[in-house]
Ligand binder design. Structure first.
Ligand code: FPP
Ligand code: MG
Ligand code: MG
Length: 381
């Protein structure tokens, strides 16, 4: 355990685990069809930040070390079988010649080390990344994005049709892996994440007076934005943290703490994301910058700027579609303290995330979770 005040590198704590993650994910995505394989695995080539699986692994460890357990349940310590069911996937896939297709019945264990992480929690980490990657495939189609993680986006490389289908395939594979966890509560939590992502995306598409009989962007603007943000981003992080604690048979108050950590960290994460859209260049981000206004989206920096600049109201209403709207709105955001207010709100949530796990016993994993909150605030991509 690191002495108090010494910061730990979360990546080092569960680094060995993460090394196996990408490989396991690629195994889960073996389809037996070369073209589908290529599109489905496309976003797994370039290494993402793996923030979500990292959180699941750290939360698994941190809660394992907490003596508060649900004594009515016993943790499942068995290896998880992820071999492909012959009926669920192309039957003519040849496991002898296609090394990415595990043989039926073959148990694909990820690294099993003495680190207090259960095989099913490790699998949960992979499922979390699969759902996230599926949402990126769909998101880049919806946002017409041309780049992702520093390369051409999947929709540009393969076209919209294949990008959408690949996202669906990832969700299907995530569902199979989820079923194999044999935990109905976790299946329900993670399945709910999938519909939450869609709900959040819909709230984002349909957020102006023009879209709805009843204008939603009038007096409860920030509330609406935060609810959307929970659904679109924090749901996955909070419910996967919660699921990690459930799989570890933690006591209800520990499960709630894990959830509260994820919820607050997730909100902080998206607020920072929306801030970076105004403050960082596309080259540094590895994806389009300044894109939200172009997409017609009023995120936190603009919503805060709107409070002191009523002239932004009509622009929000027409989704910055009139010539000059985007430039003018951007100017007003920079002249106001919208960016600073967004950062301050993100900091509040990051602090709440740290406070939520204050009762956990001290450990490297807990220090890692605290460090993740700090990293969320400092990140530039
Ligand atoms: C990135 O946001 C996108 C999300 C966090 C969620 C997208 C969700 C969907 C497209 C719903 C349907 C998908 C599934 C898999 C159920 P962003 O566009 O603000 O961020 P970016 O700058 O990284 O593109
Ligand atoms: Mg989007
Ligand atoms: Mg996007």
């Amino acid at each position: 355990k690191a002495p108090p005040g010494v910061s730990v590198d979360p990546l080092r704590i569960v680094g060995k685990e993460l090394k196996f993650l990408s490989n396991n994910i690629r195994q889960l995505l073996g389809s037996g069809h070369p073209a589908l394989d290529k599109v489905a695995k496309y976003y797994t080539r370039s290494e993402g930040k793996h923030m979500r699986p990292l959180l699941v692994l750290l939360m698994s460890q941190a809660t394992a070390l907490d003596p508060r357990k649900d004594l009515t349940r016993t943790p499942n310590t068995k290896p998880v079988d992820i071999s492909l069911s012959p009926l669920s996937i192309l039957e003519d896939a040849n496991p002898d010649t296609d090394p990415v297709v595990p043989k039926p019945g073959e148990v694909q264990n990820s690294f099993i080390g003495d680190d207090n992480i259960l095989p099913n929690q490790r699998r949960l980490a992979e499922i979390t990344e699969l759902i996230h990657t599926a949402s990126l495939l769909h998101d880049d189609v919806i946002d017409n994005a041309e780049t992702r993680r520093g390369s051409a986006s999947a929709n540009i490389e393969f076209g919209n049709k294949m990008a959408v289908l690949a996202g669906d395939f990832l969700l299907g594979r995530a569902s199979v892996a989820l079923a194999r966890l044999l935990d109905p509560q976790v299946i329900e939590l993670m399945a709910t994440v999938i519909n939450n992502l869609v709900q959040g995306e819909f709230m984002q598409l349909k957020n102006t007076a023009k879209d709805e009989a009843k204008p939603v962007y009038t007096n409860n603007t920030v509330e609406y934005y935060l609810q959307k943000t929970y659904l679109k981003t924090a749901s996955l992080i909070s419910k996967s943290c919660r699921s990690a604690a459930v799989l570890g048979c933690s006591a209800p108050e520990v499960v709630e703490a894990a959830y509260a950590y994820g919820r607050n960290l997730g909100l902080a994460f998206q607020l920072v994301d929306d801030m970076l859209d105004y403050t960082i260049t596309a080259a540094e981000l590895g994806k389009p910058a300044g894109a939200d206004l172009e997409l017609g989206l009023a995120t936190a920096p603009l919503l805060f700027a709107w409070k002191s600049n009523p002239e932004l109201g009509p622009m929000v209403g027409r989704k910055f579609s009139r010539e000059g709207d985007v430039q003018r709105a951007r100017e007003l955001v920079y002249q106001s303290n919208g960016v600073e207010q967004t950062r301050a709100l993100a900091q509040d949530y990051a602090d709440k995330a740290v406070a939520a796990i204050s009762d956990f016993p001290d450990s490297d994993a807990k220090a890692g979770l605290i460090e993740m909150a700090e990293k969320t605030m400092k990140r530039r991509k």
